[in-house]
Design a protein around this ligand. Structure first.
Ligand SMILES: [Zn+2]
Length: 239
């Protein structure tokens, strides 16, 4: 069964864990299927290399409980929003048929994040157009448009439209982040220091989750912006 509940995209192999790892773990624990898609191998990052990052991403996806994780192999730092990239993503969206898509912040310190956000969002729309033809292992694909696209907040302080309670899974989220050993604080590493390899970076991830949590009476939360106004039919379903 290919149909997937949540398809999570990230420009780089640790984006998903940092931005929405807790939300994915929480959904996985109640039986929803998750597939993770990295657009690049993060090969332009100061630390690690393609091979190391594939290993780390695989380990992290197991902690999250994803059904699978794939990499689009787009060029880190240089992928563009064009027909070729949109068509490649349309194929993946039509293949996994997600109800919900999670992707990068709409605008962020790393320029790839905003570009990836827009690219994924556009592909979700175009995947629903019948005149855009695509194939998967030789067979034409049916159209598919996800019900909703949510953008996780990353470095920039974007005001979220939705806060997701991750109190019960914060430890597992941090474990999935730390699976990216080459990227984060490691006193024995000989690689160059980066913003995210400072010990304070992981503390700040916790601090933001705690800050978001207070708005919904939870210990920790992750924040998302949405393109589509969320609808409910029962006010008591909100936290
Ligand atoms: Zn990134």
């Amino acid at each position: 069964m290919v149909q997937t509940d949540i398809l999570a995209f990230g420009a780089h192999p640790d984006d998903i864990e940092l931005g929405c790892g807790g939300t994915l773990i929480a959904h996985q624990m109640i039986g929803h299927s998750i597939v993770m898609v990295d657009l690049t191998y993060g090969e332009m990052g100061s630390r690690g290399n393609k091979e190391i990052r594939i290993e780390e991403a695989t380990a992290a996806s197991k902690i999250i409980g994803a059904k699978s994780r794939m990499n689009m192999g787009f060029s880190d730092a240089f992928f563009t929003i064009d027909e070729k990239h949109i068509r490649e993503l349309v194929r993946v969206i039509r293949h996994y048929k997600p109800r919900v898509v999670l992707c990068n912040a709409v605008n962020d310190r790393h320029p790839d994040h905003g570009r990836a956000s827009s690219l994924v969002s556009q592909a979700c729309y175009y995947a629903g157009l019948d005149k855009i033809k695509s194939q998967w292992v030789g067979s034409y694909q049916a159209t598919w448009r996800p019900h909703a696209v949510y953008h996780y907040v990353q470095f920039y302080d974007i005001k979220p439209d939705i806060l997701f309670d991750i109190s019960k899974v914060i430890d597992k989220k941090m474990e999935a982040i730390r699976a990216h050993t080459s990227q984060f604080y490691n006193p024995h590493s000989k690689e160059p220091q980066t913003l995210i390899s400072q010990p304070a970076f992981l503390d700040n991830i916790m601090a933001r989750a705690s800050y978001y949590g207070q708005y919904i009476g939870a210990a920790y939360a992750e924040g998302f912006t949405t393109e589509r106004t969320p609808g409910i039919n029962n006010f008591f379903h909100l936290l």
